[in-house]
Design a protein around this ligand. Sequence first.
Ligand SMILES: [Zn+2]
Length: 311
Amino acid sequence: MPAPAQIAPCPSCKHPDTHNLGPIAPGFFFAGQRLDPPLPGGNLYCCPACLLCFRFPRPPQDVLEVLYKQAPSTNWIYEQHHRPDWNITHDWLSRRHPAGGRILDLGCYDGAFLDTLPPSWQRFGVEMSEAALARARQRDITILGRDIMTLPPATLQMHAATAFDVIEHVADPLGFLHRMAGIVCPGGTIIISTGNTRALPWRLMGSRYWYCTIPEHISFINDAWCRSAAQQLNLQLLALETYSHDSNASIGKRIYELGTNLLYRFAPSVFALLRRMGFGDKNTRQHEALQYFPPTWSTAHDHIVAIFARP
Ligand SMILES: [Zn+2]
């Protein structure tokens, strides 16, 4: 007898009748560290009411917190020319706030983005990683705390708030955006960047898309979610800009990733055979399930930057 379908209420709007889009591969790495045994992937669900996609079941919060604490301080280090979302943000900030002001970067990590801003900006950060915080402080960034949800909102009135590659780690993205809106002053700007579940490559691959297999990623939004969230939170959605996380990649890498993903999607047994024969970067002798693990597609045009304004 088949097992009864699992009920996965939407973690954001609590809608009870969400759609199961299929299984997510188990997580073999967390924040750059190998997991043994791997973390169960759960399934990818989509809420028909608020359009949020989410992982369910998720690893318990205390397990995630321990794994985040173990993350090396070098795992999320980027340079500006590798970050189209930072460059888009620079354009919007200079257009909307030419005189600068106060800015809070949520999940600021080592403060690398804030460090790229001109001195007219007074820079604040929120970050969980202790090791990364020490580097942010060396850059003269004022750290307000570890978690936006526990900060007192009255003390913070920013001209801009940013969160790059953060919302996919958050259990309730609408609550998170609401909190961001609460810390900017009227006329302030809120900018988030993340993956876009309505991008073509994602729709092609479904729950086996590479972005879902990163076990730190538990919530997945899209352009329609941003429009709906803006309406619910009484924010103005100024723009949605799309980009690829690996925009500097060579043509060769783009073709390789496109080819391996199409092979995985349409001929999974051939893909698995090639993996077992040693093609690609996954050692199937380490773990048998790696032969079916989705290939990376970091060159896909699958990310968005959403720019909101508080009226
Ligand atoms: Zn929902």
